[in-house]
Design a protein around this ligand. Structure first.
Ligand code: GLN
Length: 454
């Protein structure tokens, strides 16, 4: 097959299902077809060296793409055409992928259902009455629907893993610092990571390989060698020590989900791994800690959207302050405003010690829980989310219920460790996700376990 054939297939599938799934905000068909032709010429010349040569890929719309509209699913960036590429886009260029388009998401990655997008809903391909999860709902749905085999998402509190779980695909949040954040529109900079969403673990390892590594444009990217992830997918988990936190199978976790995880553990036992129950005692404070810290960072990061520098600008303002106010009132949606207000409050001088500082201290305790468990165990295993996907409209008016879906993914971001979601069963036709959490920069072991289980 030629690259043009692959790209044709992708657009053909999109024309068949996109009307129902609505995963894409922007399709970049002309550029994709031109790129495919270029790569086909290279192929004819025997020069196909990229590790993802010719592979169609979709990109979450909070990753900047030179000359291709990047909205963060917000009205405030409705006509924003970036003048540069994110580092991951440069790396995908080197890997010789073909970008098909930009994917829907919750506005500025704030949400867990893709319903806070200013532009459209995205529907779960397994059952169109259900959400695809979020915030990378478009990225997960596009893979599940067969529109593209590879996508990138971003994960601040679960936004790659939770939609991957709801859509029955594989999604990895890398270790904080593994992948450059340069060109990822910042939500909460101390938590954000870009990561791969794919149909299987091997594809996922290839895509992580392509995007990882230190970057002079991101001082938080780690200067560590990138191992060959694919080579380490040996299928061997003999002697592996698995920790299962009791908090991850306890209250709030639906019985069908708990049972699917216990079945998965049996499979791993058969393959020669052992597991024991452990405790992550501070993980119960994860959701509260995260929503204070992430909102605080967001309130600062989103100050740049003022109607002067980017995107949307309100009409009829009387002076500069009025222009800021009108632009931000009209340009941001309700969930984004809620976070900005919460974050501004938590950071204000009278309350800083009680909220922001306290949350930072609890974050350290949560990280130490992980450190302790990893002294004795190779990976931590549990569900990705307490339930399978929920119905469209069921939680959008109830933020606290929505936030509770992040119970099992958030501690991983707070600790900075890597986590993957892989499919591990169904409940009433809706996929269930298994989460495997690893030590800092030990994505290789996470992949090895996920692959053996697959
Ligand atoms: N659902 C979480 C939130 O709304 C996680 C979002 C994310 O990881 N980007 O903040």
């Amino acid at each position: 097959v030629s690259v043009s054939d692959l790209v044709d297939e992708s657009f053909k599938r999109i024309s068949e299902v996109e009307g129902k799934v609505q995963a894409f905000l922007t399709l970049d068909e002309e550029n994709a077809r031109n790129k495919a032709k270029q790569l086909d010429e290279k192929l004819a010349g025997g020069d196909s060296t990229g590790i993802l040569f010719g592979m169609p890929i979709g990109i979450k719309d909070n990753i900047v793409t030179k000359g291709v509209r990047t909205t963060c699913a917000s009205k405030i960036l409705e006509n924003f055409d970036p003048i540069y590429d994110a580092t991951v886009m440069q790396k995908l260029h080197n890997a010789e992928t073909v970008m098909i388009g930009k994917l829907n998401m919750d506005e500025f990655a704030m949400g867990g259902s893709t319903e806070t997008s200013h532009y459209q809903r995205t529907y779960n391909p397994w059952n169109l009455d259900y959400v695809p999860g979020g915030s990378s709902g478009g990225s997960a749905a596009a893979v599940a629907a067969g529109e593209v085999p590879f996508t990138l998402g971003s994960d601040t509190g679960g936004s790659i893993r939770q939609p991957a779980a709801y859509c029955g695909v594989v999604g990895l949040k890398p270790t904080y610092g593994r992948v450059s954040r340069f060109g990822l529109v910042a939500f909460a900079s101390s938590l954000d990571q870009i990561g791969p969403i794919t149909r299987n673990v091997e594809d996922n390892a290839y895509l992580l390989q392509a995007i990882s590594g230190v970057d002079p444009y991101d001082s938080t990217s780690a200067n560590l060698p990138v191992p060959n992830y694919v080579e380490q997918l040996t299928g061997d988990v003999k002697g592996l020590r698995i920790a299962v936190p009791k908090e991850y199978l306890g209250e709030g976790v639906q019985a069908s989900v708990r049972n699917a995880i216990l079945e998965a553990l049996k499979v791993l036992e058969k393959l020669g791994a052992t597991w024991e129950e452990v405790s992550l005692p501070h993980s119960k404070y994860g959701v509260a800690t995260y929503y204070l810290l992430a909102s605080s960072e967001a309130s600062s990061n989103l100050a740049r959207f003022d109607g002067i520098r980017y995107g949307y600008r309100a009409q009829g303002a009387e002076n500069l302050i009025d222009l800021y106010k009108k632009t931000r009132s009209e340009g941001f949606g309700d969930e984004v405003k809620r976070r900005i207000m919460l974050g501004t409050f938590a950071l204000s001088s009278g309350y800083y010690d009680a909220y922001y500082k306290k949350a930072q201290q609890v974050r350290t305790l949560i990280k130490q829980d992980f450190d302790k468990v990893f002294e004795k165990y190779d990976v931590i295993l549990g569900p990705t989310a307490p339930t399978p996907a929920f119905k469209i409209g069921a939680q959008i008016d109830d933020p606290l219920t929505m936030y509770a879906n992040d119970l099992l993914t958030i501690p991983v971001n707070l600790a900075g460790v890597p986590g993957i979601s892989v499919p591990c069963g169904f409940d009433n036709g809706l996929p269930i996700g298994l989460q495997i959490i690893g030590k800092h920069f030990d994505e290789a072991t996470v992949y090895r376990v996920a692959h053996a289980f697959e």
